[in-house]
Every structure is written in structure tokens, then in C-alpha cells.
Design a protein around this ligand. Structure first.
Ligand code: AMP
Ligand code: ZN
Ligand code: FE
Ligand code: FE
Length: 290
């Protein structure tokens, strides 16, 4: 009789984390160690619009842990902002690499505009201060940290309001975002797979309708990040039905940002089956193991 293999479903898989290469506070080399300590077997590093943390994370990977190289890409559909998780793409593929570079460049200019507005308002926040806080891709959490440091808001989250740098807020500035269907195409062209990040996070801002998800699926989207801290039970139910109807994988991740958010590594995860599908479809880069 053939022996049944050990069930792999016991592995813990977190497919969404940020390091100090973007707007998390944990250096990438430290993040993989903390992932191990948190009991994770597989962790994806998905910094905003950058792969800059991959090498340091890979070099520090503890034995028995797997690193899925990824990124979270700033996108839009019409005038709604959304995030696309991309995994296992070739970081050298020129068209997608150039797109990420443009996104980062735009982030820098928009952060400078937000800081200029805050400086003009007499907050004492300076561009030098924000630059010091941002070791990689600059984002609103760095500006928020500067506001916390000046005692103007108690926490990073409190800066995301209309009075400060919440979307459309007094000191907010917009940034370049890729058309999401184009982004799905770019990820595929680079050999990667894509997952729509926190599609039902309505408390953060506007979300897109099901027809946009259907368009993304048509363009080659692989999955929906259904298990996420910002999803209410109703959203999880709705998205589960949508994923099933469109043949999309169900994934999950913590969206860990170190001290910039309260969520812990491994707070949400992805099934072994969905993870296996993602790996099977991707050809741009290997999963890193130690
Ligand atoms: P940006 O990409 O620069 O526009 O900034 C968006 C990032 O800010 C998100 O990826 C989160 O990391 C963070 N963020 C958004 N809303 C909040 C919030 N309410 N509290 C804390 N962090 C937030
Ligand atoms: Zn972030
Ligand atoms: Fe996101
Ligand atoms: Fe994220």
C-alpha cells in the first residue's frame, strides 16, 4: 500500500509583509527571523513598488523558512486606488522594472509635496526628517511618523484623517498608479503571478465593484487576498463567492508593517493548496529556501 505523504497543510504561510525597504519598520534581514519566531514556514516580502529588500531577506533566511519574493504595486481602476500583490516575477524584466521605478520616483515627489504643505502649515515637519525615516520606498507612514515625532498626532494611524494625510485630506498629495489591468499584464509578462490585495478594505477608502475584479481576472489575475485584517466577515463572505465564481485563488496575509501597524506576522495566512497553485503558475523567480 502506498503511504500517504505527510499533510503539508500544517505549514504556515503569510503572503503579505512590509519591511523598512518600504513603509514597514523592520529591516528585511530581521523580518525573516521574526517570521520564523512567529512560527511561519513561508513568508512573502511584498514591499511597496520595490524589490530592494529581497537580497537582505534571502541572505538572512533561517533554516526551514521559505521566502517568496514579491512586491505590492500601486494601482488604480478609474479613480479608485488599489494594490496588486505580485509574486515570483523576474525582477530584471525591463518593462515591469521600469514601471516600479516610475512609481517610486512619483512617491518621492508626492511625499515632498505633502511635507511642503505640512511645513507651510507650521508643523515643523521637514523633508530631511522624512528622508531619514524612509530607508527605501517613501510612503505616507513615514510622513505620519514625522507627525508623531512632532507630537501632532498620537499614532501613525491617526495621521490618516482628512485633517492630515488621509486620502483627499488637507496635506495629502496623490501619486502615480498603474492601471490595474495593465499591471496584471506586466506581472505576467515578467513571469509572475498576481493577487488583488485587500479588495474589500472599505475603511481605508473606496473599493472597486465586482466588474473590475472580473476584468482583472480576464487579464490573468490569479487570486484575491481574502484573509486580511481589514476585511469584515461580510466582505470575506462576498469575496469568497466572487473568487469561486471567477476561478480565483483565495490567499491571505498579515500585511505586517512592524511598529507602523498593530497587526502581527502570521495574523492571516494562505492555504498550502493556493500557495502550490501560485508557485506552479510562476516562472520568473524561484522561492528562496535556506
Ligand atoms: P501610500 O502608499 O504612501 O499612499 O500610503 C499607504 C500606506 O499607508 C498603506 O500601505 C498602509 O501601510 C498605510 N496606511 C493606510 N491607511 C492607514 C491607517 N489608517 N493606519 C495606518 N496605516 C495606514
Ligand atoms: Zn504600506
Ligand atoms: Fe496594501
Ligand atoms: Fe501591504
Amino acid at each position: 500500500m502506498r503511504r500517504r505523504s505527510t499533510p503539508l497543510s500544517a505549514r504556515r504561510i503569510d503572503l503579505h509583509t512590509h519591511s523598512s525597504a518600504s513603509d514597514g519598520t523592520t529591516p528585511p534581514a530581521r523580518l525573516v527571523v521574526e517570521a520564523r519566531q512567529a512560527g511561519l514556514d513561508v513568508v512573502a516580502l511584498t514591499d511597496h513598488d520595490t524589490t530592494a529588500g529581497h537580497a537582505a531577506a534571502a541572505a538572512a533566511l533561517p533554516a526551514g523558512t521559505a521566502l517568496v519574493p514579491g512586491a505590492e504595486i500601486s494601482c488604480r481602476a478609474g479613480d479608485v486606488s488599489l494594490h496588486l500583490l505580485a509574486y515570483l516575477f523576474d525582477p530584471q524584466e525591463p518593462e515591469f522594472a521600469a514601471a516600479r521605478a516610475r512609481l517610486r520616483e512619483s512617491r518621492r515627489g508626492r511625499a515632498e509635496r505633502m511635507v511642503a504643505s505640512l511645513t507651510a502649515a507650521g508643523t515643523g515637519v521637514t523633508w530631511e526628517q522624512v528622508q531619514e525615516l524612509a530607508a527605501g520606498t517613501v510612503g505616507r507612514p513615514h510622513v505620519a511618523q514625522a507627525l508623531v515625532a512632532r507630537g501632532l498626532v498620537p499614532t501613525v494611524a491617526d495621521a490618516f484623517t482628512p485633517d492630515w494625510i488621509g486620502t483627499g485630506g488637507r496635506h495629502w498629495a496623490g501619486k502615480l498608479e498603474l492601471d490595474v489591468v495593465e499591471a496584471v499584464r506586466l506581472v505576467r509578462q515578467a513571469g509572475g503571478v498576481s493577487v488583488f490585495a485587500h479588495p474589500g478594505a472599505s475603511a481605508r477608502g473606496r473599493t472597486v465593484g465586482d466588474e473590475v475584479v472580473a476584468e482583472m481576472a480576464e487579464a490573468g489575475l490569479d487570486g484575491l487576498e481574502i484573509d486580511h485584517v481589514d476585511h469584515e466577515p461580510d466582505a470575506v463572505r462576498h469575496l469568497s463567492g466572487l473568487a469561486a465564481g471567477l476561478g480565483l485563488l483565495r490567499t491571505g496575509g498579515s500585511d505586517f508593517h512592524g511598529a507602523n501597524k498593530s497587526v502581527r506576522l502570521g495574523a492571516h495566512g494562505t492555504s498550502e493548496a493556493a500557495y502550490a497553485q501560485l508557485r506552479e503558475r510562476a516562472s520568473g523567480a524561484p522561492v528562496v529556501t535556506a
